[in-house]
Design a protein. Structure first.
Length: 175
């Protein structure tokens, strides 16, 4: 049985999707335990042939990039679940921080890996949607007098993001 993956991509068999999900889940765990885990050790732990892993991810960078995209998607979903129409800005920021922490803890190995292999620009790009939502909430809080306005909302959002990344990176030292 084949399914269509994404527009413009070749249809994949149903087991290809389950293999891909299994590889990604195994990679998250293996890279959490050992950020230098090889693709061979990941394929072995996932119970797939090396050829299967390389069919989905031609190299380590591609695997890490996919994990980064997955983390960004989960972060957007977590923010959507945390969003409430009647939350005041301080409650909204608190809910976003808690949602981000949950996702960040699940993908904490990406902070170190991202800085080593992808660079700060790819991390910033992956976090851009979350940052935009934080900026909007902080701006609303500044307009309503809940947050001080001596710094622009984008600067405050960047400070909050940097703090969260630093905490997650420090927390990664204590698996």
């Amino acid at each position: 049985m084949q399914t269509t993956d994404a527009p413009g991509r070749t249809p994949q068999r149903k087991d290809a999707h389950s293999n891909r999900r299994r590889i990604l889940a195994t990679a998250r765990q293996k890279l959490l335990e050992d950020p230098d885990a090889s693709l061979d050790s990941i394929s072995q732990a996932a119970g797939v042939a090396r050829r299967t892993l390389y069919g989905h991810f031609p190299n380590r960078h591609a695997l890490i990039a996919d994990l980064t995209q997955e983390a960004g998607h989960e972060l957007r979903q977590a923010f959507a679940r945390a969003r409430t129409a009647d939350a005041d800005p301080s409650q909204a920021v608190t809910r976003m921080v808690l949602a981000a922490w949950t996702v960040g803890d699940h993908y904490r190995m990406l902070i170190t890996l991202g800085r080593r292999h992808q660079g700060e620009d790819e991390i910033r790009t992956a976090l851009a949607p979350a940052r935009s939502e934080a900026v909007a909430t902080l701006r609303r809080g500044q307009r309503e007098g809940v947050f001080a306005d001596h710094l622009p909302a984008p600067v405050l959002a960047q400070a909050l993001e940097a703090l969260m990344l630093a905490l997650a990176e420090e927390n990664a030292a204590y698996p």
